[in-house]
Design a protein. Structure first.
Length: 194
């Protein structure tokens, strides 16, 4: 039986984020407070909701990262986050990105995109779920589309968060949130429910 893994990333003022998140309740307070404010912004992308069937995009991205030395991006996989909170329905993984981490994410994500455009076979070989067709990676990497909810966006090809276009739209969108947060001196909060 498949399940859906949900992710969320949003910007937040540093003063609104405690130095340590002690519980899932601490994270939920951020999501309801600064997260809701980030969602309400219409000037720039400051939040992204992700949803991927059976964790497809999360595990696939982890497979792609295995071919590189880009540790700043590991928080987008199923490990490498600062916090893990066990709950009734699974684990919530949380990462807080300060300005230094944001700069590293921007540098490494752009380097990843460049490397995959130069050699898309890396992404094809990393996908072991059988969901890709010919030219899927090239088409997905050629786009510059971003979205606050790529899983529900009809401009994103495929459905249920298990396509190359979903993954790369999601990654570009996450990158845009990080860039916008860095420009404004905000922190970035990421969570994944696994």
């Amino acid at each position: 039986m498949s399940h859906t893994s949900e992710t969320r990333i949003f910007s937040a003022p540093a003063a609104s984020v405690p130095p340590v998140l002690s519980s899932a309740d601490d994270y939920e307070a951020l999501a309801r407070g600064p997260g809701a404010l980030a969602c309400a912004r219409t000037d720039k992308l400051h939040h992204v909701f992700g949803s991927t069937r059976s964790g497809y995009a999360i595990y696939y991205f982890g497979n792609i990262l295995a071919a590189f030395d880009f540790p700043a991006l590991s928080f987008l996989t199923d490990s490498g986050q600062q916090y893990a909170f066990e709950g009734e329905y699974g684990t919530t993984l949380v990462e807080v990105l300060d300005a230094d981490k944001q700069r590293a994410v921007i540098t490494q994500m752009n380097a990843l995109f460049d490397a995959l455009k130069a050699n898309p076979m890396i992404a094809y070989e990393a996908e072991d779920f059988g969901h890709l067709s010919e030219d899927d990676i090239e088409k997905a990497l050629a786009r510059d589309y971003v979205s606050a909810s790529p899983y529900a966006d009809t401009n994103v090809w495929g459905d249920e968060g298990d396509t190359a276009d979903y993954l790369f739209t999601y990654l570009r969108s996450v990158l845009k949130v990080v860039e916008n947060a860095l420009d404004e001196g905000l922190l970035v909060i990421f969570s994944a429910e696994m």
